[in-house]
Design a protein around this ligand. Structure first.
Ligand code: UDP
Length: 355
């Protein structure tokens, strides 16, 4: 079987790390990197650390508005996929690369396989939510992290076949857990003590694109106080500078460039709590047993909230301070699978191809 995988940004590299290995044991994979994230910090380091095979094709498409990026990606992917003639096109998550891959694949007559299908925040103002819903509608095989995601697809009456395989980020988190825990030199590099700091990330458009939201984010960091370490996404860094909030942010938190997966996982495992608007980081915090405070009104990872380990506070500083003061629950039920989603995905692809 020939599978064309389309990916382009940081969380997708992490997800692909769980699948490319088992997939290539028995099948051909052609990896297409759209270029959505293209620099060392957000791209190359993940290929090196997580052992992802080098891309076969690099489209070099980044920047511009969502619509322009999507348009350029579709225009580049459609002739490429027509040449590769894959049996399946494999897509991850909820980015522009995901939706562009789906539209181009359908145009070429190649069945679309969507990993992390059926996740919903029910907030269509988030571009990621629009990408999820539309990609699911176009997918022939929908691979779900949870049973509730599969049930959601049933309610939406998507035409494809849904299979629950567990979550691919769990595979990677489990496989790297011991290395991350042992990587105390990362804490030393930042002068941190285990359990003595909050790890923060923020890059969602709703939080960082306009000056008023960004100012609320910085004020929230100021209100939280104490030791905060914040690897800053390039998008956020640019906005902080543009809105002259960089000095205030640097005063409120130790700002660092984005970290590689293992350095980030080391800081995550030893943090007192996580403050984030990331999707993947909410899940990883839960797996690591670190309380998470999420800078959003809604999340697609609702189970972490129901379990009491994740609190949604949007940009409300008082709510964030209160959430950080709460003790985590005594129990942490297993969610999102057992760390074997990669192999189950390969089995689901084979079943689909054989049907
Ligand atoms: N991550 C990382 N270094 C960082 C920040 C995040 O390696 O400095 C990893 C994190 O562990 C997770 C992924 O990047 O696996 C999440 O990516 P991001 O927050 O960009 O995307 P989202 O999950 O919100 O789509």
């Amino acid at each position: 079987m020939r599978v064309a995988t389309v990916l382009g940004n940081r969380p997708q590299f992490v997800k692909a790390a769980a699948v490319s290995g088992p997939l290539r044991e028995r099948h051909e994979e052609v990896l297409i990197h759209t270029g959505q994230h293209h620099d060392e910090e957000l791209s190359a380091v993940f290929f090196d650390e997580l052992g992802i095979p080098a891309p076969d094709h690099r489209l070099g498409i980044a920047g511009g508005s969502n619509s322009s990026q999507l348009g350029r990606m579709i225009a580049a992917l459609e002739p490429l996929l027509a040449t590769i003639a894959p049996d399946l096109v494999l897509l991850y998550g909820d980015t522009n690369s995901t939706l562009a891959g789906a539209l181009a694949a359908v145009d070429c007559g190649a069945p679309v396989v969507h990993v992390e299908a059926g996740m919903r925040s029910f907030d269509r103002s988030q571009p990621e939510e629009r990408n999820r819903v539309l990609t699911d509608q176009l997918s022939a095989l929908l691979l779900c992290s949870t049973q509730s995601a599969a049930e959601q697809l049933g309610r939406e009456a998507v035409p494809g076949r849904a299979v629950v395989v567990g979550d691919v980020m769990v595979d990677v988190a489990f496989a790297t857990r011991d290395r991350a825990l042992a990587r105390t030199e990362t804490l030393e590099r930042f002068g941190l003590t285990a359990g003595g700091y909050v790890l923060a990330t923020a890059h969602r458009a709703a939080n960082v694109d306009d000056g008023a939201s960004l100012e609320r984010l910085v004020a929230l960091l100021e209100a939280v106080g104490g030791e905060i370490v914040m690897p800053v996404h390039p998008r956020t860094l640019a906005r902080l500078a543009a809105h002259h909030l960089d000095a205030r942010a640097a005063n409120a938190a130790s700002l660092t460039p984005p970290l590689g997966y293992l350095d980030f996982a080391a800081l995550l495992h030893h943090a007192r709590a996580v403050l984030t608007d990331s999707g993947g980081v909410q899940k990883e915090a839960y797996l690591a047993g670190v309380p998470c405070v999420t800078l959003r009104e809604r999340t697609e990872w609702t189970e972490t909230v129901t379990a009491g380990w994740n609190t949604l506070v949007s940009l409300d500083a008082d709510a964030a301070v209160a959430a950080l003061a709460r003790r985590p629950p005594a129990t942490r039920p297993p969610l999102y699978g057992d760390g074997d989603a990669g192999s189950r995905i390969v089995a689901a692809l084979e079943d689909y191809a054989a049907a």
